[in-house]
Ligand binder design. Structure first.
Ligand SMILES: Nc1nc2c(ncn2[C@@H]2O[C@H](COP(=O)(O)O[C@H]3[C@@H](O)[C@H](n4cnc5c(=O)[nH]c(N)nc54)O[C@@H]3COP(=O)(O)O)[C@@H](O)[C@H]2O)c(=O)[nH]1
Length: 887
């Protein structure tokens, strides 16, 4: 039973495969066409054959019909003559044979006969015989010959049978003549006594010559028979046949002499050939006209036609076969080419591909699939059942599930597209897509998506985790916070701790990015160590971190956490061989105490952190409402600052720079002042950072530069002007252009302009900064390094760029004259600067002692309140005029 089902399935599969091949259709189509041509030709030939036979029959029928009609008319005339003679004879009232003989055997009667029979030249003359059969008169000759008809059958029959009026018979000729067809009529007395007969005769040749005139063609015959079967005349003529009786043989053959008309096929009793026969009885005489034609002759034309048709059909089929062979070859080539292409395409696919038929048998499988699972081509080949294939995979170790349930699941879903990713025993991820095929099977693709999925996972991880520390990033933290905010409704408080690593930029800039990165990783690890599993530690970017402390609003607990964090961060850490201790500023916002809106909470944590920073760093602050006020004030400052330039609220003041050895003003520093309409004078220390944060510094700085240059251009002598350049301005890339424009506009000599930049400018991007400095130097302006000593590796910059001047920061000057002052440092800087031909300016000189010490240390210039604070332009002009006057 099972074997039979399998065989049926195989047969069905074979048929399906066979059906699908284009060559199959070509062969089938070719055979159908050839069969159609053969059948068509056969049918046509058969039709033509029937037509030929029907035509033959029709022709015979019409021939006998015409002949019968013709002879009917002939013999009727013939009979009329006889009857008129008999009537003539009988009109004499003869009552005995003797009287008949004597009255009829006269010359006068001869004349009557001759006159009556004269119109019938082709018929023998009319003869009158007496009751003994002796010829007593004749239309042809007088006196008559001595002839007796008493031996003739017709005489005997007419004499003996009063009912018989006429007899027709072929009789052999007398005196060496050929046979004759005799038409004899009885002459009876008034009481029916036999008196004699009147006969006329016609030679068979005369009928035959008429038959011949119809031109029936080869193997045809026309004959006239008596109804009793005796042959009277025939074409073609055969002497021996005349007079023979043919009413013999089969009933069908006899019927020819019995029925009015017959059309049939018979084996000829004459020549034994199959013949078409048509016969017709004459209406007036017991005669039958029979026409025949052999079947062979009838079909002669048809045979010629058939030969032609068959030849044409054979040639057409031959041509068709040839054409089909050529097409077959083309199609086979094309199919083979397409198969090659398909094979190439399939085997260069990166996916494994399988196609199954509706009986779950493998139709196609590419190399990639075999290689993907390390399978055997002896097992995985067309015809293999799906279940056998999965079993083979299980046997060879690339499938470790339950074969049956896996197959059942796939087979239950082959009607629809299904895709899933499975993990192989060796850890690869394979995406399997099954989709139904039109033929009822399905197509399966196996795509090794391990790399893609891993990459997707990596990308997804990167989208939510910080690459450096592997901590959740801002995006993930927001998602986490949204959930925490949602849980507030359930009474679950939480806190946000914003942590900013103090001075990280300095470490990064001075010790390098690698050290900076390592420091951040260490910070991340220490922060993680400070919290429990429910808490989230995130890196928000740069040196900013955050901790979301779940389940508490307890300030003591949060304070303890902040202190724990600070302690942890302050512990020295080894970063790439550098021992670094760092610190942090922490801002804390508590939900719901400080709000239940995510944005608000984040802002408040930030404000608290900002407060911690501005209140000395290395500490933490919990949000208080005043921070909101400060933020509001700053926002207001920002708004006012945006309008200050347009409203003309800025002024440039100038602080003299005094040469220490000559004690004369040799330059001035331009210092910006903001005369706020409500707040009064606002310190640049307060608004310059805001201007830098908002980007307004670009516009403001350009204005200061132009003002200072214009002002300096009006000063006497070669007193130079120093202008502060913010790092933000410095990075704008258009600084050199703006400086050149200010110089051009004011007419100030470039050598009188000094630009003060801070170390921050150099720290960030050395190469770019040096390029900008070079551009400025090429303009001819002087460059001073401001606030020297407050950065990280100040000395290294002096090697890389030859500044014109170093301004020693106020923090080194203010303690001069006190115990353990900074004089040695100042001394070192002055020596180093002198060695590189740089001038030095001491900032913030407030006392005579400081001035004296600085002068002794060899410092070039001083700037400070000791001499003059920054003053308005007009006041400076007076000061300079006084100095000029004193000189
Ligand atoms: N980018 C720009 N920065 C500017 C501009 N104008 C000023 N500034 C910077 O603002 C900071 C504060 O400036 P200011 O309040 O004007 O303070 C300067 C002096 O007034 C002050 N100074 C001078 N002598 C003394 C002194 O004897 N004692 C003392 N305590 N302070 C003194 O020092 C400031 C000048 O510093 P520096 O620029 O480093 O020479 C300040 O950083 C300015 O640079 C501007 O237009 N653009």
């Amino acid at each position: 039973m099972g074997a039979s089902i399998r065989w049926t399935a195989r047969l069905r599969a074979l048929l399906r495969r066979w059906r699908g091949a284009p060559q199959t259709w070509l062969i089938v189509g070719g055979f159908v066409l050839m069969a159609a041509m053969a059948i068509g030709t056969g049918l046509t030939v058969d039709r033509f054959r029937q037509n030929a036979i029907e035509t033959g029959r029709d022709s015979l029928e019409s021939s006998v019909r015409l002949l019968a009609r013709h002879f009917d008319r002939e013999f009727e005339d013939f009979a009329v003559l006889q009857k008129s003679i008999i009537a003539e004879l009988e009109s004499h009232g003869i009552e005995s044979a003797d009287v008949f003989r004597s009255e009829m055997g006269t010359l006068a009667m001869h004349e009557v006969l001759r006159t009556r029979a004269s119109g019938w030249s082709d018929v023998a003359g009319a003869n009158v015989f007496d009751a003994n059969g002796v010829l007593i008169n004749s239309s042809r000759r007088w006196p008559v010959a001595d002839i007796s008809a008493s031996d003739r059958g017709y005489f005997t029959r007419l004499k003996n049978d009063p009912a018989l009026q006429e007899e027709i018979e072929v009789v052999p000729g007398r005196f060496g003549n050929g046979p004759a067809i005799v038409f004899a009529r009885r002459v009876s007395g008034p009481h029916g006594e036999f008196l004699g007969l009147v006969s006329r005769a016609i030679a068979p040749e005369q009928l035959e010559s008429f038959f011949a005139s119809t031109g029936l063609g080869e193997e045809s015959s026309i004959a006239m028979h008596h109804q009793n079967g005796q042959l009277l005349a025939r074409v073609p003529h055969v002497d021996a046949m005349i007079g023979q009786n043919y009413r013999t043989g089969s009933a069908e053959q006899k019927a020819v002499f019995e029925r009015s008309f017959v059309t049939t096929e018979l084996a000829s009793p004459i020549d034994g050939k199959d013949r078409l026969v048509a016969s017709r009885m004459l209406a007036g005489e017991p005669l039958v006209v029979v026409a025949t034609k052999s079947r062979d002759a009838t079909l002669a034309t048809w045979r010629t036609q058939t030969k032609f048709f068959v030849t044409v059909a054979v040639l057409s089929i031959g041509l068709l076969v040839l054409t089909l062979l050529l097409i077959f070859r083309q199609v086979t080539r094309r199919v083979s080419l397409e198969k090659q292409r398909l094979d190439t395409a399939m085997n260069t696919m990166t996916q494994g591909l399988l196609m199954f038929d509706q009986d779950q048998r493998l139709i196609v499988c590419n190399r990639r699939y075999i290689e993907m699972y390390g399978l055997s081509t002896a097992v995985v080949r067309p015809g293999t059942y799906f279940r056998e294939l999965i079993q083979h995979r299980a046997d060879t170790g690339s499938f470790d599930g339950d074969v049956d349930s896996y197959c059942d699941d796939i087979l239950a879903n082959i009607g629809r597209i299904k895709s899933n990713i499975v993990e192989t025993s060796d850890g690869r991820l394979i995406e399997i897509k099954n989709q139904p095929s039109a033929a009822g099977g399905w197509l399966a693709t196996h795509d090794d998506v391990t790399e893609r999925i891993r990459a997707d996972e990596r990308i997804a991880h990167m989208a939510h985790y910080d690459a450096l520390t592997d901590l959740p990033n801002r995006v993930l933290m927001r998602g986490h916070l949204e959930r925490r905010v949602a849980e507030l409704a359930h009474g679950n408080p939480f806190a946000i701790l914003y942590i900013d690593v103090d001075e990280f930029k300095g470490v990064n800039d001075s010790l390098g990015h690698e050290v900076g990165d390592e420091l951040l990783r260490q910070v991340a690890s220490r922060l993680r160590a400070c919290v429990s599993g429910n808490d989230l530690v995130a890196r928000l970017g740069g040196d900013e971190f955050a901790i979301i402390k779940a389940g508490t609003s307890d300030r003591a607990e949060l304070t303890a956490l902040a202190e724990r964090i600070l302690r942890a961060l302050r512990m020295p850490v080894d970063c790439k061989g550098q021992e670094i201790s760092t610190d942090a500023s922490i801002g804390i916002a508590i939900a719901p105490d400080h709000g239940d809106d995510l944005e608000e909470l984040l802002k408040r944590a930030d404000l608290a952190m900002y407060a911690a920073k501005s209140e000395g760093r290395g500490t933490f602050r919990t949000f208080v409402p005043e921070y909101d006020d400060k933020a509001r004030q700053r926002r207001q400052l920002e708004l006012d600052l945006r309008q200050a330039l347009a409203r003309g609220e800025f002024e440039v003041h100038y602080q003299p720079l005094v040469d220490l050895s000559a004690n004369v003003v040799t330059g001035c520093e331009a210092l910006l002042r903001w005369r706020h309409p409500e707040r009064g004078m606002v310190s640049p220390a307060d608004f310059i950072p805001v201007a830098e944060d908002t980007g307004l510094i670009g516009e403001i700085g350009e204005w200061v530069l132009k003002q200072a240059c214009l002002e300096a251009a009006s000063w006497p002598g070669d007193i130079h002007i120093a202008v502060n350049v913010s790092p933000v301005q410095f990075r704008s890339r258009t600084l050199a252009l703006k400086v050149a424009a200010a110089l051009a506009e004011s007419g100030l000599a470039p050598g009188r302009l000094e630009l003060e930049i801070t170390e921050t400018v150099l720290i960030r991007d050395d190469a770019e900064a040096l390029t900008i400095l070079q551009q400025l130097r090429e303009l001819g302006v002087r460059i001073a390094l401001d606030d020297f000593g407050t950065g990280y590796s100040s000395l290294s910059y002096l090697h890389r760029f030859p500044f014109d001047k170093i301004k020693i920061d106020r923090s080194f000057i203010c303690d001069i004259g006190e115990p353990a002052d900074s004089s040695p440092i100042v001394q070192a800087v002055v020596h180093m600067a002198a060695a590189r031909h740089m001038a030095t300016t001491a900032e913030g000189v407030e006392t005579e002692t400081q001035r004296e010490v600085l002068r002794q240390l060899g410092c070039s210039q001083m700037q400070g309140w000791l001499f003059s604070p920054a003053v308005p332009a007009a006041k400076l002009k007076q000061l300079l005029s006084k100095q000029a006057a004193a000189a």
